[in-house]
Design a protein around this ligand. Structure first.
Ligand SMILES: [Mg+2]
Length: 234
């Protein structure tokens, strides 16, 4: 049976939306839509850089949250106070409670579900926070609880081999027929390819590939392209 496993953040829903609302409400300097998207990508870079130390408890959530937006803003020559950084995170979090699936992704999951594909998600983050988003997105309509894998609960995070092996142990899957879909080259594509799975890179933020040795099986530039890719395969 074919198994399709999805990343969550910025793959299933537009993570820049809550981010942009936080920018508009908190950052005094007006930014264009394109600037906010660049700021988002830069803040993710800083966030990913601290992720492991945060997961291990060496860096607190407060430090992670204030650092990533403060450091990203500095690249735009914008200085924000610690208070603003805290406020930014509060708004960002509140807006994450309102996230919705990309309509094309919803159609894709529904189609795959109708075709009896084995579906799962694998996401990095703390169990409580990621569960909140998964619930808000309504994934239980198609994906059973035991097919939801959150790094904080598993004890290993992408791109480490262990988290992919964990899923192989838990699901009946054929690696050659297992596809992982994600937006992060570093975590999703490198992780899945190292595990011997197929990988589709949803590169809608036009990021650069970080490896010459590891290549995604397919690169799409939007959720729409992702949906069409599967439609054409069927
Ligand atoms: Mg992601």
């Amino acid at each position: 049976m074919e198994t399709i496993i999805f990343d969550v953040d910025d793959t299933l829903y537009d993570q820049t939306l809550p981010f942009k609302i936080a920018c508009k409400k908190v950052i005094q300097t007006p930014l264009s839509d394109e600037e906010m998207e660049r700021l988002y990508v830069i803040s993710r870079k800083y966030s990913d850089a601290l992720f492991e130390r945060w997961e291990s408890g060496e860096v607190s959530s407060h430090e992670l949250h204030t650092y990533r937006i403060t450091a990203a803003c500095l690249e735009f020559d914008i200085k924000i106070s610690e208070q603003s950084a805290v406020r930014f995170q509060e708004v960002y979090l509140a807006e994450q409670n309102k996230i919705m699936l990309y309509s094309e992704v919803e159609e894709l999951i529904e189609t795959l579900y109708q075709q009896n594909k084995q579906l799962a998600v694998l996401t990095n983050g703390k169990a409580g926070h990621q569960s909140m988003k998964i619930k808000q997105l309504g994934l239980s309509r198609w994906i059973p609880e035991q097919h939801i894998f959150i790094s904080g609960a598993v004890g290993h995070a992408k791109p480490s081999r262990e988290v992919f092996n964990h899923i192989e142990d838990k699901l009946q899957l054929d690696k050659a027929k297992t596809v992982y879909i994600g937006d992060s080259f570093e975590n999703d594509i490198i992780g899945a390819k190292q595990a011997g799975w197929k990988a589709i890179w949803v590169n809608h933020r036009q990021r650069k590939s970080l490896s010459d040795d590891i290549v995604a099986d397919k690169i799409v530039n939007s959720p729409e392209e992702l949906l069409n890719y599967f439609k054409n395969r069927l």
